[in-house]
Design a protein. Structure first.
Length: 203
């Protein structure tokens, strides 16, 4: 596994896997292979595990068409979807505000470039999850020290991502995406606590 070759711990590989999984589910409607992957999951009796079990259960009843309809209703809609999954919106009430400018500055510092085929603002929740996974795995040249991950998370995800995932879990039109919201909400809290326990001296 490439992540292991660059010295990423097993725990961090699991973190990156979950960030990547959330990013894939939230970037665009899940295709059959992703739905099948969700269906095959099994969870334990933790909050995160129960969310995973719930996702497996709803995935067993889902199809590409049903997930696409739900995704479009939640995130696209006529004019706008039920939810706006952007840091700027959650943190200021408006799109394309200071949180996006701050993110672009940090992306430049970290060597993270916007993908040429992505037209969403970079402070979309899927993009931010993908960036976290990339920092952990070393996709941007080398794995980013834990302290730098903590700073990025604290600035760009911690203030709003838990609120977004709670909104996704409880959204009127969430079925397949309700457990995705539960998983994301729990994972953000786990990350907050882990970074808090790591302290300022971790790197």
């Amino acid at each position: 596994m490439p992540a292991e070759q660059i010295g990423v711990s097993e725990e961090d590989v699991l973190r990156a896997d979950l960030y990547d999984f959330l990013a894939a589910l939230l970037a665009h409607p899940a295709k059959k292979d992703m739905i099948d992957r969700a269906r095959a999951l099994s969870g334990d009796d933790t909050d995160l595990g129960r969310g995973i079990t719930s996702l497996s259960r709803v995935a067993s009843q889902a199809s590409e068409k049903s997930v696409e309809r739900e995704f479009n209703t939640l995130f696209i809609g006529l004019g706008r979807g039920e939810l706006l999954p952007y840091a700027s919106y959650y943190m200021t009430g408006f799109l394309n505000e200071k949180p996006l400018a701050a993110l672009r500055n940090d992306m430049l510092t970290l060597g993270i470039e916007r993908a040429p085929n992505v037209y969403e603002p970079e402070d979309n929740i899927a993009s931010l999850c993908e960036m976290m996974a990339g920092m952990i795995r070393g996709r941007f040249g080398k794995s980013v020290p834990l302290q730098r991950q903590k700073e990025f998370f604290g600035k760009h995800l911690a203030p709003w991502a838990g609120h977004f995932f709670a909104d996704l879990e409880g959204a009127k039109n969430s079925l397949f995406y309700a457990p995705v919201g539960a998983i994301g909400k729990t994972f953000i809290e786990i990350e907050k606590e882990a970074f808090r326990m790591a302290g300022d001296g971790s790197a």
